[in-house]
Write a protein of this length. Structure first.
Length: 227
């Protein structure tokens, strides 16, 4: 097997621990894998931002801005370092769909760790959608790919209107933008919104407010990366 990033051959020593790899096949060589940095240590209890205080300044601002709490908390797995930025650019914007396999095992594992307290019968995954135009350009929705890694029912109840790419907007433009989502149907279960990156939290909070305003009791968010 070869590394999905640098294409070097992955050499695996033969021992009993290798049986784990039947479920978790190595997708990266040791060098590339070491450059994916997980979020460890102290973090904001709401947004997963690395922080020495329980609630970061951004989340305190959101509390002042929102009339009611939109998301209970966000869980994120990796930091957005330079290596991750390169991987995301190749995966999302240059269409290397197979790179998603790099994250499959750890993304599901972290979900179980952070959300196992939820009742599966009363919870559902909702991936953040792309607009029809953006989906046509890219050929896949990265949030749907990530959602499929989780062993829980997915319900695509959100639809997205077309607009300028989030990556091109300033922080202020993101926070002050109008809600870009339409709800196809109301949902009365706890929702876990899934997306690739939490940056300002605006996109996820827009989706959460729409869901909670139409019968959803609680919304959590789960992202691969905390920007």
């Amino acid at each position: 097997m070869y590394c999905l990033w640098c294409h070097e051959e992955i050499i695996t020593e033969v021992h009993w621990g290798n049986f784990v790899h039947l479920y978790n096949p190595k997708r990266l060589c040791m060098n590339c894998e070491s450059q994916l940095i997980k979020i460890n240590g102290d973090r904001c209890s709401v947004c997963s931002r690395v922080s020495s205080v329980k609630k970061c300044a951004d989340c305190l601002k959101w509390e002042d801005y929102e009339k009611e709490v939109s998301i209970t908390f966000n869980a994120s797995l990796y930091t957005y370092n330079s290596f991750m930025q390169e991987v995301v650019a190749k995966w999302k914007y240059r269409g290397d769909y197979q790179l998603a396999k790099i994250f499959q095992y750890e993304f599901e594992k972290e979900y179980i760790k952070r959300f196992s307290f939820l009742d599966k019968k009363k919870s559902v995954i909702v991936p953040i959608p792309l607009s029809k135009q953006r989906f046509s350009e890219r050929g896949f929705n990265q949030a749907e790919v990530l959602a499929d890694f989780i062993q829980l029912k997915t319900d695509p109840v959100l639809e997205r209107l077309h607009g300028e790419k989030q990556a091109k907007k300033t922080r202020y433009e993101r926070i002050s933008m109008e809600n870009p989502f339409i709800l196809r149907k109301s949902i009365n279960k706890t929702v876990i919104l899934v997306d690739d990156i939490y940056t300002t939290g605006t996109t996820l909070r827009h989706a959460a407010r729409l869901l909670k305003g139409n019968g959803c009791p609680n919304v959590y968010t789960y992202t691969l990366i905390r920007g």
